[in-house]
Design a protein around this ligand. Structure first.
Ligand code: ADP
Ligand code: MG
Length: 568
């Protein structure tokens, strides 16, 4: 008789579904699951909080198209992971969470860490179930992996009763479930494609919006050809950045507000008309704008704005169809139009304004100065992880992306605290794929704090992530050290310190040195440049630049405040 344990069945099933990475925190009852995963060749990254572990596993899903696994213990362990599941589900990223739970014969009896886990995960996932027996494990895992990727991607949960982990069963009684293929691809219907081409042809002020669905859908090659053949201006959403390079001549990101406001036709490729795109409504959009909506989720069509044309299917396939239409008609939007003139003028004016702010050589530095120099030094192929309020919003406009899926940020859910988990995932993927690309994590000081202990994880696995903490002493902004001291003299800081403040000039760099990584405190442009150059030349260990900036540094005046709902 060839016996197999529950732990082995979970690991083998994940491996045969081509799940290559597992992030988690072990404890009773899942230690054996992590060991079995390593035994079958799954890379296991032990993290310091389940939330960060789940962020990491979902980032693997976004980066590779195949979900990462997140392994957690019962009760509190699973509850910590819910934040990561919610974030993945809202972002439409595949992830599979495996949770240990109480032994079956102790349920409802007040077992250790007992919690209704399958029910708890329903709100945060597309699928949540527990295999009813050891024999059912392979098919439930296959269903979780498949559901996480098929249709609109998202989070799935598999619950494993503690007593099932070490229980054994004769292998010959377990049905083998083969690997589920990549999601089937569907094209949009032919008539709708012709209609879309007609709407585009009649447009005076067209705009293509590229969302993270286009990045996830790997539409970059077809999309480049489409944009160049059609001559249309395009605007990426935050994580749509890099599907086509930010320095592409058709990119009008620097004229974002103008482009959105005056476009008469928008070809929307894998982006929802939610808060990130101001709901597609006035005052940020023309009330009569015609939307050509491309999405694989039928229920998404018509959210907030009824589309003039709905193209249901896979973005890559649909862009190919649109491209055929453009070729057939030999149509191209002229670069001589008034619309292109307006957009180009606005791009030039905005670039000039940012440059003036960037060249201020004050100490402490402002955001623009920091990002100007960081942007000059970063390699074009690096993966940029970014979060924080001003740090993320200003960084997005100044740090270019040149490759698809090379930007990870707070996303649709506006989640702060995702950065270190995302960076660990990106570095783990980079290590196996050996593309020679750096992972650079640009964090606000508050954002860094949510999962700061994950620097130990980076040091433990020698993941050469470069963390740049843009430190303004607080959430949104804090106070300088002198003001802080004065406040402390006045009384109990819990009564008088503004809730947005954090410890001024906190030594986040020393958190990194504590675990053997490189930590550098930076105050000036010269220090910033030499420290970043040094870190970029070192592939052996992680580093953290603690960049102290002026706590009163702010964004340049905006025509409309936007993305102000990102909370930190
Ligand atoms: P952004 O944050 O860039 O605005 P969203 O996450 O709001 O992007 O939107 C992404 C959209 O892309 C979702 O509505 C999702 O259903 C869709 N999507 C994801 N993958 C594909 C694909 N391969 N083909 C078509 N649509 C996709
Ligand atoms: Mg801050």
């Amino acid at each position: 008789m060839d016996d197999v344990t529950g732990a082995q069945l979970i690991a083998e099933s994940l491996k045969s579904q081509k799940v290559e990475y597992m992030f988690g925190i072990v404890g009773v009852p899942v230690i054996e699951v992590a060991m079995a995963a390593q035994a079958v060749g799954i890379k296991y990254v032990g993290m310091r909080n389940e939330q960060a572990a789940c962020y990491a596993a979902s980032a693997v899903g976004y980066l590779t198209g195949r979900p990462g696994a997140c392994l957690v213990v019962s009760g509190p362990g699973l509850i910590h992971a819910l934040g990561g599941m919610a974030n993945a589900n809202v972002n439409c990223w595949p992830v599979v969470v495996i949770g240990g739970s109480s032994d079956r014969n102790q349920e409802t009896a007040g077992a250790f860490q007992e919690f209704p886990q399958v029910e708890a995960c329903r709100l945060y996932s597309k699928f949540s179930a527990r295999p009813s027996s050891l024999e059912a494990i392979p098919s439930v895992i296959e269903k979780a992996v498949r559901t996480s990727m098929y249709g609109r991607p998202g989070a799935c949960y598999v619950d494993i009763a503690g007593d099932m982990v070490n229980a054994k069963v004769d292998r010959s009684t377990v049905r083998v479930v083969s690997c589920c293929p990549s999601p089937p691809v569907s094209f949009a219907d032919h008539d709708s494609i012709s209609e879309a081409i007609n709407v585009l042809k009649k447009s005076k002020r067209p705009l293509v919006i590229i969302g993270k669905g286009a990045a996830y859908g790997r539409a970059e090659v077809a999309l480049k050809e489409f944009v160049e053949m059609s001559g249309l201006p395009f605007l990426p959403t935050p994580m749509g950045k890099g599907v086509l390079p930010d320095d592409h001549p058709n990119c009008v990101a620097a004229a974002r507000s103008r482009a959105l406001l005056q476009a008469d036709v928008v070809l929307l490729l894998g982006a929802r008309l939610n808060w990130i795109l101001h709901f597609g409504l006035p005052p940020r959009f023309d009330p009569d704008v015609k939307i050509i909506q491309v999405d694989l989720c039928a229920e998404e069509m018509g959210n907030n704005v009824r589309p003039a044309v709905a193209l249901l299917g896979d973005i890559n396939a649909i862009v190919t169809q649109l491209l055929e239409g453009v070729y057939k008609d030999g149509w191209k939007y002229s670069s001589d139009t008034e619309w292109w003139g307006t957009l180009k003028d606005k791009v030039a004016a905005n670039a000039k304004m940012s440059k003036a702010l960037a060249l201020q050589s004050t100490v402490p530095m402002n955001y623009y100065t920091v990002f100007h120099h960081v942007a000059q030094l970063l390699p074009h192929d690096c993966i940029i992880v970014s979060e924080g309020a001003n740090t993320m919003d200003i960084g997005r406009t100044m740090l270019n992306n040149y490759l698809p899926r090379h930007r990870l940020d707070a996303g649709t859910f506006g989640t702060m605290g995702v950065g270190l988990g995302f960076a660990i995932a990106a570095a783990a993927v980079e290590r196996s794929e050996k593309k020679g690309q750096r992972v650079v994590c640009v964090e606000g000081d508050s954002a860094f704090g949510f999962s700061g202990m994950e620097v130990e994880t980076m040091c433990r696995y020698n993941l050469p992530v470069i963390i740049i903490v843009v430190n303004n002493n607080g959430i949104y902004s804090g106070v300088d050290p002198e003001t802080w001291k004065e406040m402390a003299k006045m009384g109990d800081l819990t009564s008088i310190a503004p809730p947005v403040t954090l410890l001024p000039e906190a030594r986040y760099d020393e958190v990194m040195t504590a675990f053997g990584g490189r930590g550098v405190l930076v105050r000036t442009v010269e220090e910033l440049r030499s420290a970043l150059q040094l870190c970029l030349s070192d592939w052996e260990k992680p580093s953290l630049l603690n960049v102290l900036i002026d706590p009163s540094s702010d964004r340049k005046q905006q025509e409309f405040p936007w993305l102000t709902r990102s909370n930190l």
